[in-house]
Design a binder for this molecule. Structure first.
Ligand SMILES: [Zn+2]
Length: 279
């Protein structure tokens, strides 16, 4: 049995430079399925409909292709029965028995529809695009505050478009929702009321409480007055800061650098660490 390719398929093969063994492979596919003639679903421009899983310059192209591919599979299945009988999905595209009126007709409807409008199923496409944007937001280097997910952010963005959501846009949304970013790291905090100053997360507040220290070290062999000074930081004043962190900072939703500095300066440990003797 020698299978043949439909004229459309031969044209698509010629126009879109498919791999040299494409025709041979298609003939083999037709033979394997027991079809005398084989056709492939095209996308309205004459090119073969693709599944969207390969490389795409822009993610919107991939999402559109994936949506159209799945919708085309549904249309073929509705018209010509389950995959593998009168039509089949392969890495090359959607192939069908060109002598089946049902399959050929469905393939023509798909191509005609795409020639007039780039989407076969608008709802399916919107859902995929939405999911891809949520993924884009949640996959960004920015850590969202507890209780906020990609969808919450996406709903607040005006006219978001896939592949174009920047970290700045997400940060603006979070600020608009009342969150502020820790001044020293990327953790988002939820202050109860707007207060000027530099908000800090708990860890960064503890870091801030490390008192500045100076140590005078003699230079071996040199005269005593030629000692040199080493600047450093002591251990975090956890015990001093904990009442503030558990109390006021927790109630306010954030610690503030000014508070931490004032507490450290006013504390016996902070004083001792800085001045080297008890207050
Ligand atoms: Zn922090």
């Amino acid at each position: 049995m020698s299978a043949t390719l439909t004229d459309e398929l031969l044209t698509a093969t010629g126009q879109h430079c498919h791999r040299y063994d494409f025709v041979t492979r298609m003939e083999a596919e037709a033979d394997a399925h027991g079809w005398a003639r084989i056709g492939m679903v095209t996308d309205g421009t004459g090119a073969l409909l693709e599944d969207g899983e390969g490389w795409h310059q822009h993610e919107t192209d991939a999402v559109r292709a994936q949506s159209n591919w799945q919708a085309a599979c549904r249309i073929m299945a509705d018209a010509a029965g389950e995959c593998g009988t009168l039509w089949d999905a392969t890495g090359d595209g959607l192939m069908y028995d060109a002598d089946s009126f049902l399959a050929s007709d469905a393939a023509r409807r798909i191509a005609d529809s795409l020639a007039g409008y780039p989407l076969l199923d608008e709802d399916d496409h919107s859902a995929r695009e939405w999911a891809a944007m949520v993924e884009e937001i949640e996959g960004s280097p920015l850590t969202l505050p507890d209780g906020v997910d990609g969808e919450d952010v996406l709903r607040e963005l005006s006219c978001p478009s896939l592949g174009e959501i920047t970290t700045t846009m997400v940060e603006d949304v979070l600020s608009g929702m009342g969150y502020v970013e820790c001044s020293d790291c990327s953790e988002w905090l939820t202050p109860v009321d707007a207060r000027s100053g530099e908000p800090l997360c708990r860890d960064c507040a503890l870091e801030e409480s490390r008192p500045a220290t100076t140590t005078t070290l003699p230079i071996p062999g040199a005269a005593p007055w030629r000692a040199y000074t080493v600047y450093g930081h002591g251990e975090p004043l956890t015990a001093v800061l904990t009442p503030y962190l558990d109390g006021y900072a927790t109630e306010q939703g954030a610690a503030y650098r000014e508070d931490v500095r004032a507490i450290v300066r006013g504390s016996r440990q902070g004083y001792r660490a800085v001045y080297g003797r008890a207050a």
